[in-house]
Design a protein around this ligand. Sequence first.
Ligand code: FMN
Length: 333
Amino acid sequence: MSNSFGKLFRFSIFGQSHAPAIGVIIEGLPSGFEIDVEKLSAFLARRAPGGRYATSRKEPDAPEFIAGLVDGKTCGAPVTAIIKNTNTRSSDYEYMRHIPRPGHADFAAMVKYGPSRDYSGGGQFSGRLTAPLCIAGGIAMQLLEKRGVSVGSRILSIGGERDEEKMFELIDKARADGDSVGGVIECTVSGLYPGVGEPMFDGLENRIAQAVFGVPAVKGIEFGAGFESAGMLGSECNDPFYLDDEGKVRTRGNNHGGILGGISSGMPIVFRVAIKPTPSIAKEQPSVNMERKENCTLQVRGRHDPCIVPRALPCIEAAAAAAIYDLILESER
Ligand SMILES: Cc1cc2nc3c(=O)[nH]c(=O)nc-3n(C[C@H](O)[C@H](O)[C@H](O)COP(=O)(O)O)c2cc1C
């Protein structure tokens, strides 16, 4: 089982969608660090349900720090935060005991964990588990900011559409049709100095990808020019070096996405993430009743986003921040 990420900045996520609480235990924070809780709450609010394009499950996602802080400052013990699950309607999910939702983790969880699994609200596979990820990543972001490193993201497209108004029209249409849409997020990390990242299996790309795939519904990631670079000539793809006015080595263009050999080049780290459409849709879909061993149809009930992409933005930032902060600590060892 791996609900943990990181080597020196290490965190473990626990809980299920309808358990009494979800949370995170974080190790590797410097002692005496004051977490800006207001800022962290504002970060978590970007992920929380509610708003025009989100599910009607409304929960404030207020983190409660139950260990590791004294007078608001880290004391060296693991920092542990929980978020209570208050708005659960498990009856919405009773049908999922035997009938897996196409596109969701239900079938895989049935096979792997058997009848004891927690299927309610998607159990441990719920998008809700990205709230504790945002606590760990939000704290990593605050530590990165102290080092002049900032992490930001934006929506590049929804359902293949890049025009903002059209993107949101597509979401509205999907909702009205009982359907869902996916999209692409672009994340940029600025201010990271050159030399962060380890070779081969622990490079920035490896670790960022590992963390980002911890966000459910992520189906792809590309760095810099990514898949487009496969069709370029070397002379087009290479980013030429030059010395800037301060004598720093920079590149013209950033097809390499700020990473060379798994190690930061000093240019902004840029990567894009493909988020699939929300699996739970109101439209009728074929599935299998696993108890009766017969084909059936399924109409998903419960409260689900017609598009996960807007709420996934802080999750991707959190994953990137955690991976990068961990690698910074490794490079400073
Ligand atoms: C912020 C967020 C919210 C999500 N909300 C839902 C949801 O309401 N309904 C749903 O079916 N899937 C939702 N998901 C996606 C599922 O959790 C995910 O597709 C499922 O666990 C299967 O994992 P996979 O898509 O990575 O294979 C959400 C994901 C994120 C990141």
